[in-house]
Ligand binder design. Structure first.
Ligand code: IPM
Ligand code: MN
Length: 351
């Protein structure tokens, strides 16, 4: 298979973790006789510096013309404490999601047997956790009407959803549930919010199309609690944009390191694959960041190409690196940490 993959390294540790994923993908391509054409493009603070736009038109053209996008991270501390900054790296990510129509963000949370004691949660609570969030990604409060009134003394952001937006996300949730344990949880705040009532009503009406799926409806505050109490209670969870943003960061704690969890953002055609961690500016350029979340995101990409064996080969070699302790400092025993680039080399070599 010949694959054209847009490569958006972005900011902070983005370029370092992306470089390891490229090594691993190239090793897979060699082993299974594929050809990958990498198409690097600018995004984030790097793109603001170069052309004044965190998601330039040229980058969009490269992404839209590719089979998939592999993405590192964006964000730079010089923007964080400057509320007046007009252009921010994060806007690039939001613009990209919107322009590529990436409405479904797939964020799995699972545990690795060799790392179970690294989690701050007790072993007996988290053993066997294997759940996946489907976070709506192009609607809600992130993209609603916003503004200031009253000479700037009042600010508002509005959360709006259409039935169609809920349906297309929920459909992906039902389909995923059918392939897994046929259990779906709709996370909302329907006791308070009108938009949540639309979610609940829409999902309820879809239940008849998937009679085998067992659907539950839970309030977001209760899910936030149960997620760390008994994560095993969940399998597929669907939710709106902001709730999903918050809950998936919380869920990443279960696995023991944020540096481990991959994600995919899907729409009608191409997908974008990225680690769920951010740009971790304190570690940038130090060759210490954990590349596994990005490598595992590449595995999700191979899955979506229908290249299941290739995807599994990546997961297998990642598991071996964890079991053998070939890991970066976030996971290593004292004095045994490997560099980001060493982990990438080891994975590519042992694949
Ligand atoms: C994420 C990030 C983004 C979001 C930010 C960087 C805009 O936190 O991908 O979860 O809030 O969606
Ligand atoms: Mn987030």
């Amino acid at each position: 298979m010949e694959l054209n993959i847009a490569l958006l390294a972005g900011d902070g540790i983005g370029p370092e973790v992306i470089a390891q994923a490229v090594k691993v993908c190239d090793a897979v391509a060699e082993k299974y006789n594929h050809k990958i054409n990498w198409q690097p493009a600018l995004t984030g603070a790097a793109a603001i510096d170069a052309v004044g736009d965190p998601y330039p038109e040229e980058t969009h053209a490269i992404c839209a013309g590719s089979d998939a996008v592999l993405f590192g991270a964006i964000g730079h501390p010089r923007f964080d404490n400057d509320p007046s900054a007009k252009v921010r790296p994060e806007q690039g990510l939001l613009k990209m999601r919107q322009k590529l129509g990436l409405f479904a963000n797939v964020r799995p949370t699972f545990t690795f047997p060799s790392l179970i004691d690294r989690s701050p949660l007790k072993r007996e609570r988290i053993e066997g956790t294997d759940l996946v969030f489907l976070r709506e990604l192009t609607g809600g409060i992130y993209f609603g009407k916003r503004g200031r009134e009253d000479n700037g003394e009042t600010a508002y952001d509005t959360c709006t959803y259409t039935r169609k937006e809920v349906q297309r996300l929920a459909r992906k949730g039902f389909e995923m549930a059918m392939k897994r344990s046929k259990k779906l949880c709709c996370v909302d705040k329907a006791n308070v919010l009108e938009s949540s009532r639309l979610w609940r009503e829409t999902v309820q009406a879809m239940e008849k199309d998937y009679p085998e799926v067992n659907v539950s409806y839970e309030f977001v505050d209760a899910v936030a609690m149960r997620l760390v109490q008994w994560p095993n209670a969940y399998d597929v969870l669907i939710t709106e944009n902001l709730f999903g943003d918050i809950l998936t960061d919380e869920a990443s704690v279960i696995s023991g390191s944020m540096g481990l969890m991959p994600s995919a953002s899907l729409g009608e055609s191409i997908g974008l694959y990225e680690p769920i961690h951010g740009s971790y500016p304190q570690a940038a350029g130090k060759d210490i960041a954990n590349p596994l979340a990005t490598v595992l995101s590449a595995a999700m990409m191979f899955d979506d190409f229908g290249l299941l064996e290739e995807a599994q080969a990546i997961r297998d070699v990642v598991n071996r690196s964890l079991a053998e302790g070939v890991v970066t400092e976030d996971l290593a025993e004292k004095g045994k940490a490997r560099k980001t680039s060493e982990v990438g080399d080891w994975l590519a070599k042992n694949l």
